[in-house]
Design a protein around this ligand. Structure first.
Ligand code: PGA
Length: 256
């Protein structure tokens, strides 16, 4: 059975008190309302992580913490950066790697992301690796090629054991924060293509086990239809993850 995951990416939002209060609300709702096997991952800005890790406690079987980025080195003279080993030391579980905003505004390349993925594994964390095409790549039909390159260049150096632990998130750039969502059919088409690309390199069994999330204007009103697609195993949620009720309603799509 593939792991089902709903992850919330708070991006650069919420001050300390706002973050604490949103997380407390989410934690309470997870306890009271989530009774499936799905994992709930909260990815706040760095400043919240240590506090939220203490609030969450260890061994919570449904709720996990993720960072939004990590540097490729473990320590050193990299002013303003945070490393995987630092994140690991405060009880973080996941790290989002290669979000399209990091690619677009901070120039992150597939080659650099390959190193970040290695740093994540070296420090006992799990990557949520983001990929997806821009509007013009969707329109000119080159999106399959773009997606394939994003997978091969950043991930295919991994051995099967590490690769099996990667979570992928397909996020068409034209759907992020725009209110435009990929239709369930458009998303399913790409998810199936991602799984096929993985199968060609690592084999069918590995491809079947990989969790692939959809992201891009996912909300309570469209999550059920998206997540019911055969190759969609959950979501990476931006805007809607800043509201506990909306976020948990998306999580509950998987409640039996
Ligand atoms: P959105 O963001 O849900 O606000 O479109 C998704 C993301 O960037 O991960």
């Amino acid at each position: 059975m593939r792991k089902k995951i709903v992850a919330g990416n708070w991006k650069m939002n919420l001050d300390l008190n706002e973050g604490l209060s949103l997380f407390s609300e989410i934690q309470e709702m997870v306890q009271d309302e989530v009774n499936g096997e799905q994992q709930v991952v909260v990815c706040p800005p760095y400043i919240h992580l240590s506090n939220l890790s203490k609030l969450k406690g260890k061994n919570n079987k449904s709720l996990f913490l993720g960072a939004q980025n990590a540097h490729e080195e473990d320590s050193g003279a990299y002013t303003g950066e945070v490393s995987g080993s630092q994140l690991s030391s405060i009880g973080v579980d996941y790290v989002i790697i290669g979000h399209s905003e990091r690619r677009a505004y901070f120039g992150e390349t597939n080659e650099q992301l390959a190193k970040k993925i290695d740093a994540v594994f070296r420090n006992g964390l799990l990557p949520i690796y983001c990929l997806g095409e821009k509007k013009e790549e969707r329109e000119d039909g080159s999106y399959f090629k773009v997606i394939e390159t994003q997978i091969i260049d950043a991930l295919f150096h991994l051995d099967t054991s590490d690769f099996s632990k990667v979570v992928l998130a397909y996020e068409p750039v034209w759907a992020i924060g725009t209110g435009l969502t990929a239709s369930p059919e458009q998303a399913q088409e790409v998810h199936a293509y991602i799984r096929k690309t993985i199968a060609e390199h690592y084999g069918e069994d590995v491809a079947e086990l990989i969790t692939i999330l959809y992201g891009g204007s996912c909300k309570p009103s469209n999550a059920a239809e998206l997540f019911s697609q055969k190759d969609i195993d959950g979501g990476l949620i931006g805007g809607a993850s800043l509201n506990a009720r909306d976020f948990i309603d998306i999580v509950k799509v998987f409640n039996p």
